[in-house]
Design a protein around this ligand. Structure first.
Ligand SMILES: Nc1ncnc2c1ncn2[C@@H]1O[C@H](COP(=O)(O)OP(=O)(O)OP(=O)(O)O)[C@@H](O)[C@H]1O
Ligand SMILES: [Mg+2]
Length: 366
């Protein structure tokens, strides 16, 4: 999949932009504060309904404007075309697919798979498990049509069980919610396991290209259940019943797919805490690129990749590895930087200059 046309209105510093992107590398060049990251945020909105940067959703709307709007024309498998739009006004979102309003924004997100590496991505390795779980679930969401509904069902039952735990409710009130958690939770776990098995293969292959000094990097899924995940809903419900006493003391449910996580195992370093910040970033990038590869294998279509400030995140050698990785695959990439990375060299790329909120294609010799 690639974005052929991207229109942005009133998003942060960008008043209006109308861009023709190329299927391969698109590079956005400009000074600090020019609006480069805002261009990537616009694409991120179409896929997640939020920015990858910290801060509330209201800061996205340009100061003094009523709403922020993004529109994209996508070209997918065998040349299929889709028109997507998203608008933030006041506290509400509105999504459109092929010029029709949609009921739920995930109908939009499902059509627009975008992965992103940005200055905060090292958190994927060193931060809390929520970020790692979201990354994994993003992949599962894009290959398993029922995942989102099941996950919501599980979370609803989990909230009910946690409320009963906090209220010290009698034991027989728990059974319906534990059954519900067990039924949906087992399917969620199985879907994640199936996806993670393919992702793990992609991580090994991608590490060989991006992070060759970490040969033997392995991806490991942790299901969130104690030890092995239960085999069936009956066994899962039994486990929840056994855990209930201890969960009452803590006031929350300690086991289940809401506690799932993943980690990387290294031959070269004993623990992830031994990684440098740069190595954390490279590990995060390896998993992000592996996910693209994995989704391509499972859906036959490449997601779009955003690389914010690549030059300041990675040294020249690793930037070259990343650019080589891209060049070997028909993946659309949007990269930002305050200068062109030397590794870009004479690779085919469309260049855009960003200056005080205006984005213009650069033609001719730089
Ligand atoms: N809601 C808003 N309305 C208007 N301007 C905004 C808003 N939010 C942020 N800005 C401005 O947008 C600019 C930041 O844009 P952006 O982060 O895209 O720049 P950048 O080119 O990526 O910079 P850097 O190289 O420093 O990362 C800043 O000048 C900031 O003051
Ligand atoms: Mg930026």
């Amino acid at each position: 999949m690639h974005i052929e046309r991207l229109q942005i209105a009133d998003l942060r510093v960008l008043a209006t932009a109308d861009l023709q992107l190329r299927p391969g590398i698109n590079f956005f060049l400009g000074a600090n504060g020019a609006g480069k990251t805002s261009v990537l945020e616009s694409v991120h909105l179409l896929s997640y309904g939020r920015s990858f940067r910290a801060g509330g959703r209201d800061v996205l709307v340009r100061r003094g404007a009523e709403s922020a709007r993004v529109f994209a024309e996508l070209v997918g498998l065998e040349g299929s075309r889709t028109r997507l739009g998203i608008e933030r006004s006041g506290a509400t979102w509105r999504g459109r697919v092929n010029d029709a309003d949609i009921g739920q924004l995930h109908e939009l997100f499902l059509r627009c798979a975008v992965a992103c590496f940005e200055p905060g991505s090292h958190e994927l390795i060193s931060g809390a498990s929520d970020g790692r779980r979201s990354l994994l679930d993003w992949g599962v969401f894009h290959v398993e049509p029922d995942f989102l509904a099941l996950w919501r069902r599980y979370q609803r039952a989990l909230r009910q069980r946690n409320a009963l735990l906090r209220d010290q409710a009698p034991d027989d009130w728990f059974a319906p919610w534990e059954r519900e958690m067990a039924e949906s939770g087992i399917v969620v776990t199985r879907m994640r396991e199936a996806y993670a098995a393919v992702l793990a293969e992609s991580v090994v292959a991608t590490a060989g290209e991006i992070l060759p000094e970490f040969s033997g990097l392995k991806f490991q899924l942790l299901s969130g259940w104690k030890d092995d995940a239960p085999m069936d809903p009956g066994a899962a419900a039994d486990r929840l019943a056994v855990e209930r006493g201890r969960d009452r003391q803590r006031g929350y449910s300690r086991r289940g797919p809401h506690r799932a996580d993943w980690g990387l195992l290294f031959d070269q370093v004993a623990r992830r805490e031994h990684l440098s910040r740069g190595q954390e970033k490279l590990c995060a990038l390896t998993v992000i690129l592996a996910q693209l590869e994995c989704l391509q294998r499972l859906r036959r279509d490449w997601p779009v990749l955003l690389l914010d400030d690549l030059g300041s995140e990675l040294d020249a050698e690793h930037q070259a590895h990343v650019l080589n990785w891209m060049q070997l695959r028909p993946v659309q990439v949007l990269i930002t930087g305050v200068e062109l990375p030397p590794a870009l060299g004479d690779r085919d790329a469309r260049l855009f200059h960003v200056e005080q909120g205006r984005v213009k294609p650069i033609t001719g010799i730089l």
